[in-house]
Design a protein around this ligand. Structure first.
Ligand code: XMP
Length: 313
């Protein structure tokens, strides 16, 4: 904490010196890195920071609400919340190729962010949650999205206050800045979000079912004494037969399946599957089946990486 305090004091000075009385724009996803940068810059320059939170409709349950609560209500940040849900889902309608989905989400994100940037007067800097591993290595196998790719007239000078820190150090700084544990210790979540977990062409009914089931899985697995590195669920694009009792009579119907996935890894290049107590699996099954509309089957994925990747797409 003493080191973190010293780091914060040093960065606050450095940012004030770099920025002067100009304005800084930040794409605030609610992930660890952008949240810590936001908290640091609020401390350094207050209302000169403009945070833009884009809700692309593929965030997890409660995420946009948490960003608004923490940054607008508690930290009094200058936060622009953009509800772009329909825009993204319309663009994604009928698209089933995973890399195409990623491209659309990434490109649309830049477009929305660019539009917001143009609405702001006097922005001179762009803040980014770049961390040290982003510079030294490119982990992961799939296309990652960030705010690169803005047009030339929006190429602002960069403010990257945590670019020399490793992830665990970023978390310590975030704690010290008063961010909630749920934000500082949250598991990795892909930029394209639930978009790559709603397998195939995204539909609103499956996306909603996925979001609800994911919240249950995060809550139940999150209670384990040893929490896996990443744990979530996926909704495949096939239905299977279920049975419903109406007036004591069984009726067959088609419903969606939810696949629970939990992995441990150091670098996401290889991953193993931790043991989840059967009672916990059953609790998740019961909660999902009884509360998530349209789902009649719960599966547990025991595949390791390789040969399976962590995500389904
Ligand atoms: P895979 O599925 O390749 O995932 O085994 C490795 C890690 O990367 C995350 N991931 C992504 N992160 N944009 C991201 O920001 C993406 O498109 C993306 N795809 C996968 C995944 O959650 C896992 O932690």
């Amino acid at each position: 904490p003493a080191l973190a305090q010293a780091f914060i004091a040093e960065q606050v000075e450095a940012v004030r010196k770099q920025v002067g009385d100009k304005k800084v724009l930040l794409a605030l996803s609610g992930g660890v890195d952008s949240s810590v940068v936001a908290a640091l810059l609020i401390k350094a320059i207050g209302q000169q920071l403009v945070c833009v939170h884009v809700n692309h409709g593929l965030l997890r349950k409660g995420e946009p609400e948490q960003v608004i609560e923490v940054f607008r209500n508690q930290m009094k940040a200058n936060l622009v919340y953009v509800d772009a849900v329909d825009r993204f889902l319309d663009k994604l309608a009928g698209v089933s190729d995973p890399e195409q989905k990623r491209k659309i989400i990434g490109a649309e994100f830049i477009r929305v962010f660019e539009e917001e940037a143009r609405k702001q007067d006097g922005i001179a800097f762009l803040a980014q949650g770049t961390i040290y591993p982003d510079i030294t290595e490119s982990v992961g196998v799939k296309a990652h999205h960030n705010v690169g790719g803005l047009p030339d007239d929006l190429q602002f000078e960069l403010v990257e206050p945590v670019k020399l820190l490793y992830k665990d150090e970023v978390r310590v700084v975030g704690k010290e800045l008063g961010l909630p544990d749920g934000m500082v210790y949250r598991q990795p979540f892909p930029g394209p979000g639930l978009g790559v977990r709603c397998v195939g062409a995204i539909t609103r009914d499956r996306l909603e079912a996925l979001r609800e089931a994911d919240a249950i899985v995060r809550e139940e697995i999150g209670k384990l004494p040893e929490v896996p590195w990443q744990y979530f669920c996926t909704i495949p694009d096939f239905q299977s037969t279920g049975i419903k009792y109406v007036d004591g009579k069984g009726q067959r119907y088609m419903g969606w399946a939810v696949i629970i996935r939990a992995v441990n890894t150091v670098d996401a290049v290889t991953a193993t599957v931790p043991e989840i107590p059967f009672s916990v699996l059953c609790t998740m099954r019961d909660r999902i089946i009884s509360t998530v509309d349209g789902v009649n089957r719960v599966l547990w994925d025991i595949s390791e990486k390789p040969v399976a990747t962590i995500e389904f797409e």
